[in-house]
Design a protein around this ligand. Structure first.
Ligand code: ADE
Length: 229
């Protein structure tokens, strides 16, 4: 999978994909991430990419021209399955969307700044608008990193058995159960006996029960058919 990220702050995204699982995904050739500095593609002087909004009001808006130029430049070389815009007024991101995106071949992600991007780019280029939560970040970069990380780890061959995504929270619509490691007795706080029983069926049952309890307690909405909370 190839992901092209359009940003005015490429420095912010240099580290997140160069460690741990993302680094492995890239090293194995399963994931390619390219950062594009929007200022390198603007036709305006001094790297200008934003301007005042029509109608007045505080805050700058990212101009359509530099974005269109860069998106079309990328589209000349390959077909993109999605042009995603990271924005707090997008659809809320979840594991289901991560699963869907992990099946795509080529994706462009636009990171917004200031008041956001000109609406015409959203109408004519963007195929999907994503929010990672009901709070406002100072730019779309960290949100893009979240999306790329969550997609990257789902690509076949990236995770091994030990880190398999199948047992993640949300993958079966439930939160993950508690986990324990050595020592079995830490300051008198003991690991549940059943986990040391050596009976895999009992352990599975216990984990499932704990998942249900945790989900009912923290995210009851996940247990409803439609996932709405
Ligand atoms: N840009 C700023 N805030 C954001 C959010 N919550 N999700 C996605 N992109 C954003």
């Amino acid at each position: 999978m190839r992901i092209d990220i359009i940003t005015v702050l490429p420095e912010l995204l240099e580290s997140p994909f160069n460690h741990s699982i993302m680094k492995r995904a890239k090293a194995k050739g399963l994931l390619e991430v390219y950062l594009h500095n929007l200022r390198d593609h603007t036709p305006y002087k001094q790297g200008q990419v934003d301007d005042y909004q029509f109608g007045g009001g505080a805050g700058m808006v990212m101009m359509p021209e530099p974005l269109a130029i860069l998106i079309e430049l990328l589209q000349k070389d390959r077909k993109y399955d999605e042009v995603i815009y990271m924005t707090p007024d997008g659809l809320l991101y979840d594991q289901k969307t991560a699963n869907t995106l992990s099946l795509k071949e080529n994706i462009i992600i636009i990171c917004g700044h200031y008041k956001g991007i000109d609406e015409r780019i959203r109408q004519h280029f963007v195929t999907r608008e994503i929010s990672i939560g009901d709070y406002v970040l100072s730019g779309g970069e960290l949100a893009a990193a979240v999306v790329v990380d969550s997609i990257g780890r789902l690509l076949p061959g990236v995770l091994n058995d030990e880190t398999s995504a199948l047992f993640d929270s949300f993958q079966d619509g439930l939160l993950a159960p508690p986990v324990y490691t050595r020592p079995a007795d830490f300051r008198g706080w003991r690991v549940p006996e059943i986990l040391m029983s050596g009976d895999p069926k009992k352990v599975d049952e216990w984990r499932h029960e704990e998942s249900l309890k945790r989900t009912a307690d923290r995210r009851p909405g996940l247990m409803k058919e439609d996932g709405q909370e």
